[in-house]
Ligand binder design. Structure first.
Ligand code: SF4
Length: 444
């Protein structure tokens, strides 16, 4: 009987794609996915280390698997990804029953580690990094979760050095994939029926394929948009410093490129941006936003924000609030600064007490909810094209996304799942829109 595996994924979309690659690697070796961890012979946690909370969540989950491991001594438990890379053998001190520890560059090698693992016979650890001298990123088997939407790796790692970030340490320096390979994969996905592509890279728009004829990210995006069958192309995350006029021109001129950009700002204060070593000022950032706003296409903007970075005064925090009001983000992921091991920010004076960080986060999130409600209100009565993903959380209505990344819930038949629908907006909240399906043509 085929051995079964179960993967639990923490963190970002890149981790989600890594998990699909790990699943591809295991399925290629005659293993099968299990419905739950308790039906699996191999349980893998694909982890994140961007914030301490994410790390503690993994340890808590490992604690839950301890009992399972006691009941079934032959089950293999693995910790993979960024937290594994960062914590290494330290994981064994808290969870000595872990059998595999492997970093985020090992998706293609997990089956080999599973094969070599001997439950209760010492952990198999592979934290070597495929740095610039290692093999280039090539296509590998990928077992995708969603039949319509696919993530495509453009680059891995990051060559920037933001003072708070562990990613360059866990994922290594930026390595790009050849544009030829990327486009070949997109063509293959189109032939398989995928309609939406998400181009993924830590700083996706720093892409430059010198060997492939100096193809930069704008050119890559344009070429991807020419692939027949792909209806929507998204990308994440671009770095503001690498945002070019050419990239904006492609977003404006190619309808298949979605009219949404996630542009992480992190802080609205130039002083804090410098301390973070983000490489741009508040003014630089606002200038980019102005270009996007002035472009002849309505492009929604989302962002990431950190509050309570060391040295962040009330005035700096106010700068972040005013920047939010100026940009009017369609959505924002906001977090309290989380000190990470071996990062330069640990040496920066002026730690903000946790209580104050929490207060600032509450204020900021409340303000952002108000902005989102105001923006979403303007959609009332409009007719939007929605790609229907499935059932909403309530299970009653369907849910889907617009090109500019608005979530729309509406009633309609199950047969719409996996296709485009036209929906008139009849209600709104800060996080989503409500609508009614226009099943007759020509209503606009
Ligand atoms: S750009 Fe900065 S925050 Fe983003 S992955 Fe690189 S170092 Fe981390």
């Amino acid at each position: 009987m085929a051995k079964k595996f179960y993967i639990e994924t923490f963190g970002c979309q890149m981790n989600a794609l890594d998990s699909e690659k790990i699943a591809g690697n295991l399925c290629c070796n005659a293993m099968e996915p299990a419905e739950s961890p308790f039906e699996a012979d191999v349980v893998l946690l694909n982890t994140c280390s961007v914030r301490d909370r994410a790390v503690q969540k993994v340890y808590a989950r490992l604690g839950e698997f301890r009992r399972y491991k006691k009941m079934r001594g032959d089950v293999v438990v693995g910790v993979l990804g960024c937290m594994a890379q960062l914590e290494g053998e330290k994981i064994l001190k808290r969870a000595p029953y872990v059998d595999i520890i492997a970093g985020p560059q090992k998706s293609h090698a997990i089956y080999a580690l599973v094969e070599r693992s001997r439950p209760s016979g010492g952990a198999r650890i592979d934290l070597r990094s495929d740095d610039e001298s290692g093999p280039p990123i090539e296509d590998g088997p990928t077992r995708r979760e969603n039949p319509w939407r696919a993530g495509v790796t453009v680059s891995e790692g990051c060559s920037r050095s933001c003072t708070y970030c562990v990613v360059p340490k866990t994922r290594g320096k930026e390595r790009i994939r050849s544009s030829r390979n990327i486009l070949r994969e997109i063509e293959k996905l189109a032939a398989e029926g995928y309609v939406e592509i998400m181009l993924l890279g830590q700083t996706v728009n720093s892409y430059l394929d010198r060997e492939g004829g100096n193809v930069d990210f704008a050119e890559l995006l344009w070429r991807a948009a020419q692939v027949e069958g792909i209806e929507r192309i998204r990308f994440t995350s671009p770095h503001p410093s690498d945002f070019t006029r050419d990239l904006l021109d492609v977003m404006v001129s190619c309808p298949r490129v979605c009219n949404h950009i996630h542009l992480p700002v992190q802080s609205g204060s130039t002083k804090i941006l410098r301390a973070m070593r983000r490489g741009y000022t508040r003014e630089d950032y606002l200038e980019i936003v102005q270009k996007i706003v002035n472009a002849p296409r309505d492009i929604s903007i989302s962002t990431d924000i950190i509050v309570g970075f060391p040295g962040e005064s009330e005035r700096d925090f106010e700068d972040t609030l005013t920047l939010m009001e100026t940009v009017r983000y369609d959505s924002a992921f906001s977090f309290k600064y989380s000190p990470r091991p071996n990062t330069e920010a640990l040496d920066i004076d002026g730690a903000v007490p946790d209580e104050e960080k929490s207060r600032r986060l509450t204020v900021l999130q409340q303000r952002q909810r108000e902005i989102q409600s105001r923006i979403n209100q303007t959609y009332m009565g409009r007719i939007l094209e929605v790609f229907v993903d499935g059932r909403a959380r309530s299970r009653v209505s369907l849910t889907g996304r617009t090109g500019n990344n608005k979530i729309v819930n509406f009633d309609g038949p199950e047969t719409l799942i996996g296709s485009f629908a036209r929906v008139r907006i009849t209600g709104f909240g800060p996080n989503s829109l409500k609508g009614s399906w226009l099943h007759e043509q020509g209503l606009e």
